[in-house]
Design a protein around this ligand. Sequence first.
Ligand SMILES: C[S@@+](CC[C@H](N)C(=O)[O-])C[C@H]1O[C@@H](n2cnc3c(N)ncnc32)[C@H](O)[C@@H]1O
Length: 264
Amino acid sequence: MSDDLLIHPAAEGDEGEYTAGRTGHGHIKSFVRRAGRMSEAQQRYYETMLPKIGVPYQAENIDLTAVFGRQAPKILEIGCGMGETTARIAEAHPENDYFGLEVHVPGVGALCKLIAEKNLSNLRIGNHDAVEVVRDMLAEGSLDGIHIFFPDPWHKTRHKKRRLIQPPFVALLASRLKPGGYIHCATDWENYALQMLDVLGREPSLDNSVANPAPEALAMALDADSAAGLAGFAPRPDYRPLTKFENRGLRLGHGVWDLVFRKR
Ligand SMILES: C[S@@+](CC[C@H](N)C(=O)[O-])C[C@H]1O[C@@H](n2cnc3c(N)ncnc32)[C@H](O)[C@@H]1O
């Protein structure tokens, strides 16, 4: 892992404002690097596979067609976690190329293992902060789709500024989509679902794939912190598999909200 990934708590009070240590970019990180132990298998696959299927961070645009060696729709996934969903989608859709981003090293090891076991040739990994990868490496209009499934909810009020789905990052993501390209977010955290609907709905270059809520209805929902009965959420697209975790939550009556917006 490169040194410029180190995160240092800034001496700015007890909120734990984290900023990039070496890069000087200073944006608030949407993650805190966890010490997480790698299993032996994860370590082995990380070491053997990442040199083959990893896309190292660089400060210039990359050519995604050259990275995958073919012309095919290019889908970015931010925050692959342990990679089960990422690998399942890539396996089910060999016609697309997938670029998964994840900062958690054991997760990257686990996804490397899945790529090797399933022999997937349409999935590459970036082990770096997605904000920097999207900003520095991806050209405008280069993506057909973006997946952000269950991003860290940062549920404490003082931590909400770490949430990925904020207006500046959504504007950056939208700029990387081709016209007609989509951004698909899913969350099981109601307050974040409302924030996603509000932020995505305000991005002028994006249209909701389903009817937007009336502005007054959204304002009332935000006030009440309740998405009950609110329009604007999409049915789960078939390509997003239900995870074990999500299935259990749904059985317990917890909600999951999908949002699919398209670039004009
Ligand atoms: C709650 S997990 C969800 C993982 C997976 N999408 C799923 O549905 O199980 C969110 C993941 O996003 C990753 N993450 C958060 N911020 C990130 C960033 N800026 N760049 C890359 N990965 C990030 C975290 O390390 C974590 O693994």
